[in-house]
Design a protein around this ligand. Sequence first.
Ligand code: PHB
Length: 390
Amino acid sequence: MNVGTIRRLLIAGGLAVMSTAVPAQNVVKLGLVSSFSGPFAEYGQQMLNGMKAYMKLNGDTVAGKKIEIVQKDDGGPAPDVAKRLAQELVTRDNVDILVGFGFTPNALAVAPVASESKKAMVIMNAATSIITTKSPEIVRVSMTLPQVTQPMAEWAAKNGVKKVYTVISDFGPGIDAEKTFTEAFKKAGGEIVGSVRVPLQNPDFGPFIQRVKDAKPEAVFLFLPAGAPGVAFMKGYEERGLREAGIKLLATGDITDDTVLDAMGTPALGLITSFHYSADHKSAENDAFKKAYAEVSGTKMRPNFMAAAGYDGMALIYEALKKTGGSTDGEKLVAAMKGAKWVSPRGPVMIDPETRDIVQTVYIRKVEKVGNELYNVEFDKFPDQKDPGK
Ligand code: PHB
């Protein structure tokens, strides 16, 4: 093909796009703020693919409006960047709804932008309990750390674990996890023999892991943000001989997130976690989700909990837009979201009308080999869990 032909094709393509362009009033724009670069780049990719999977199954039009996604990269935990991007999305890109938010500090920085612009803000991960109290525009479809931690503490106490050392990442969700685990475990008769907070960015786990080993607890309770930190921790846990010393590892499912399980390999086998989503969850909704996810992502990457939240965020937005007849007025949309119920790939869910947080089943899972791959296999569950942090 010569240059002239290519140019003619490009012009024809351009004209085709122009002639099918949808008038602005018939479009609902979603401004997605999440991480697409740096060590947490999978957060954004997972959310976006989850959103696309929902659109693949349900179409790109609802209540007569075409849904468009404008994505922005916050690069990781960076509140100032997230705030600037959200402001740009609202003032320059004229988005109707803000979505995404992997990290608590970013979500907290954007809350005032949602309040001032009166735009609904749908959180697809950031999981510190207080976030939804920071703006009446916020609705959360992911989880809260108290919500997924409390069942772990109760399960551990019921299953004979008595002495635990807590290790958490030193920021909002970690502090929520530490507080919830400590309170619930003590209430159930357990003892906390030590606790340590590790830095969020580039932690060197070695000295912390040694401290845990020296305290000789029966188990460690661990929260770290999903991704590379969990892989690094598991390596240190093996290398310093904690498994050999018989120290069990209990965690929230962030550690054994579906995207990192294979990188962890056999040391992850047997790990017990509590969480709201596993790619291994057995249901027709999850099967359909995984199939659509594979088609839109074009990779072998598994959907993880952030992808499920991306899908559910879209499910909620579509239902709300149907109820408002396509109006994107923040107050009307949030009112329509309160009390919404649907069956998610994770199981039955509802938006608590009081807190605007999600009510859902929290599963206890064990890492097992399924075929040739490692999965979080659910074996116990705590249905209808609200956020106990409020
Ligand atoms: C958060 O910043 O709230 C956060 C980040 C990563 C997680 C969970 C929570 O895996």
